[in-house]
Design a protein around this ligand. Structure first.
Ligand code: SAM
Length: 275
């Protein structure tokens, strides 16, 4: 009875426009904590919500959290009163009540290397992951996202889900799906299955031209790669590049691996400068 009324309250609190689905399953919360990198770096959490994941994070790490919803910030201030770091008070948690995307426009989310751990708001999840890949201080990401989005980042060449996002993730490091999470683990339950995605970065990549090239390469995933690229580059140069690199004319975008995409990009970029 009491549990039911809590669930109703959380359902009422949840704001759709901020992508609020609160993770309530204790076993899943533990599995996220167990999947975290094992070092002393601080953590950045995006969207602490009611603070259920934050509660475990502050037990073991220094945490900087970004929450856009002012009502939830009020709740978090009282829930973590003793853990908050203020001018006069030492604590493990720094809470910023802002839109994380605005913050990222100015600077990194932390002034030192950090790990990102979050149950992300799904409406901006891809955007957040791409920004984290470009943030030089971000060393790894452990994020809950919609299963389809996780598959796009973690797919290997040859798999159907292999996409521009897979190439960008592999370029930055190693990506894999840790485990899936059913809708019932959340209040309110989302309409989709979720997955916890882990990306451990080797380096930071921030090349808008390469991203634009990949966007063109995967515009129509079922068409041939040559056709997709011909919408952006001279058809003859694309043919020349394919011959030089030994890529078959009928190859589809998901069949080419990350390093070959690099060679192709370099060839086409050099050819465009030369022409
Ligand atoms: N971490 C909590 C949990 O696991 O139960 C809540 C996760 S909920 C899926 C997403 C959270 O991100 C919400 O608290 C929401 O208010 C917050 N959020 C949405 N958009 C945001 C933004 N642009 N900047 C910061 N937080 C945001």
């Amino acid at each position: 009875m009491i549990k039911k009324s809590f669930e109703k309250r959380e359902k009422d609190i949840a704001k759709k426009r901020f992508g609020q689905n609160f993770l309530k399953d204790e076993a899943v919360l533990h599995s996220i904590i167990e999947s975290m990198p094992n070092d002393n770096l601080p953590v950045v959490e995006i969207g602490p919500g009611l603070g259920d994941l934050t509660r475990y994070l502050v037990e073991i790490k220094d945490v900087t959290a970004y929450e856009v919803d002012k009502d939830l910030c009020g709740h978090l201030h009282s829930r973590f009163e003793h853990a908050l770091r203020r001018d006069t008070q030492k604590g493990r948690l720094v809470l910023h009540c802002v839109d994380v995307l605005d913050q990222w426009n100015h600077t990194s989310l932390a002034d030192q290397p950090y790990h990102l751990v979050a149950n992300l708001p799904y409406y901006i999840a891809t955007n957040i992951i791409l920004r984290a890949l470009k943030d030089p201080n971000c060393q790894s990401l452990l994020v809950m996202v919609q299963k389809e989005v996780a598959e796009k980042f973690a797919a290997r060449p040859g798999q159907k889900a292999f996409s521009a996002l897979s190439v960008l993730a592999q370029e930055a490091g190693e990506a894999h799906i840790c485990f899936d999470v059913p809708p019932e683990a959340f209040i309110p339950a989302p309409k989709v299955v979720s997955s916890v995605l882990k990306i451990v970065k080797r380096k930071t990549c921030d090349d808008p031209q390469f991203e634009a090239f990949l966007k063109a390469a995967f515009t129509q995933p079922r068409k041939t790669l040559a056709k997709n690229l011909s919408s952006r580059f001279d058809k003859r140069v694309v043919k020349e590049a394919f011959e030089a690199l030994g890529i078959g004319a009928t190859v589809r975008p998901h069949e080419v691996d990350t390093s070959l995409y690099h060679h192709l990009y370099k060839f086409l970029a050099d050819a465009s400068i030369g022409s």
